[in-house]
Design a protein around this ligand. Structure first.
Ligand code: HEC
Ligand code: HEC
Length: 334
């Protein structure tokens, strides 16, 4: 708590003295009145921040302990890409180059590749990456609690802290679209962490079995923590239990059109008297294709045999990168 306060204070001080490029969480503080309202609003809502949280934090999250990660936190990435000599344009280009071609030759973090395996290639829109890099370059971003200690003594035993329930209080104050998205992304992060780890350690086949047994209960336990219903549904499901209904199919089609136009999708929010429903697309990257791509090409025949055994009615294949594989369908009380 004290740390957050301290960070806030620092933010406020920077804002007053520089009045530039600062992103703050809380506009209610009277101190902000020194900046014009418009300015604060503009600074607060740098679009790159949200894009980063939605697209990159699944893996580059500042929360999560040092040992239990699937990728370095974003601040570590930033440190490797932004040395004192690098201009903003060079920084942005560096990030773009990586996204277009994540490869050993292109890496500034070979240690991270060794530790986590290479980042899955995902065709993010150029504009999205441009905004994220712009935000990253100019702003202080959250760092995990263990980060400074780790920096000091490379492999020091920094205090480790998982995302905890304290955050639930904050989540409930968010606007509905962000709240729904947070629920979905924390589930995704949990699923993604387990899946990527399993593939790296034991291979696709073991991961497949893990998905089969674990995907359902895992989604359920997250739902309980958040007192929300979090479903992952698809118009072409692998597990028939995950089939989307007619209403959800309508939203899937909207998201597919976004993907076709390489447009960043916004969550769809539907309010009723007591409930809020939030829908958000689940898109493919190249990691997904070993289980959801073309049979005989990306899906190896041993994997395919196993899929057919577990899911005789499987429809979830034939995808390529950046397609809408399904949606998060999140419902919670107002
Ligand atoms: C599915 C998980 C995942 C997602 C999502 C993801 N990354 Fe990564 N990323 C990784 C992993 C793992 C590494 C470390 C290994 C490596 O360097 O390839 C990494 C490394 C990086 C690096 C350093 C690469 C190097 O080796 O020099 C950059 C830059 C990066 N990510 C940017 C991004 C941005 C920007 C986003 C969001 C638009 C993003 N990543 C989303 C997993 C992910
Ligand atoms: C190791 C194999 C494997 C990988 C890799 C994989 N999946 Fe799946 N996926 C499965 C299995 C198995 C199921 C069925 C889970 C169940 O029984 O609920 C599934 C189910 C899903 C579902 C729920 C709807 C349905 O079809 O039943 C979505 C959505 C989904 N996967 C998206 C993805 C995305 C996006 C990626 C990449 C980021 C991915 N998957 C990577 C194996 C995989």
């Amino acid at each position: 708590m004290f740390l957050i306060l301290q960070q806030k204070m620092r933010t406020i001080i920077t804002l007053i003295s520089v009045l530039f490029f600062v992103s703050c969480q809380n506009s209610e503080k009277p101190t902000y009145e020194k900046a014009s309202k418009n300015q604060v609003k503009k600074l607060q809502s740098h679009p790159g921040k949200k894009l980063m949280e939605t697209n990159c934090y699944v893996c580059h999250n500042p929360a999560g302990s040092h040992d239990n990660r699937i990728a370095p936190p974003m601040i570590a990435v930033k440190k490797h890409y932004k040395s004192s000599k690098v201009t903003k344009e060079e920084f942005k280009k560096g990030i773009q180059d990586w996204i277009i071609n994540p490869s050993k030759e292109n890496s500034k973090m070979p240690g991270a590749i060794k530790k986590f395996g290479i980042m899955p290639k995902t065709p993010f829109p150029k504009k999205t990456i441009d905004l994220i890099a712009d935000y990253l370059f100019d702003n202080e971003i959250e760092k995990p609690e263990w980060f400074d200690a780790h920096e000091k003594e490379e492999h020091g035993q920094g205090k480790e802290k998982e995302m905890n329930d304290n955050q639930a209080g904050l989540i409930e104050n968010l606007p509905y679209d962000e709240r729904g998205l947070k629920y979905a992304l924390s589930t995704k992060s949990e699923l993604g962490k387990n899946l990527m780890g399993k593939i790296q350690k034991e291979g696709t086949l073991a991961a497949l079995k893990f998905c089969n047994i674990k995907a359902h209960p895992l989604t359920d336990s997250m739902s309980i923590v958040h007192k929300a219903t979090i479903k992952r549904v698809s118009d072409k499901p692998r597990n028939p239990k995950n089939v989307s209904n007619n209403i959800e199919n309508g939203y899937i089609n909207i998201f597919k059109e976004d993907a076709r136009l390489l447009k960043e999708s916004k969550p769809i929010v539907v309010e009723s008297l007591d409930n809020v429903e939030v829908y958000y697309p689940i898109k493919t990257n190249n990691m997904c294709l070993q289980c959801h791509g073309k049979p005989g090409e990306e899906i190896k025949s041993s994997t395919l045999t196993q899929i057919h055994k577990l899911y005789p009615q499987d429809l979830a294949f034939g995808y390529s990168e950046n397609q809408v594989r399904g949606i998060w369908s999140v419902t919670f009380n107002k």
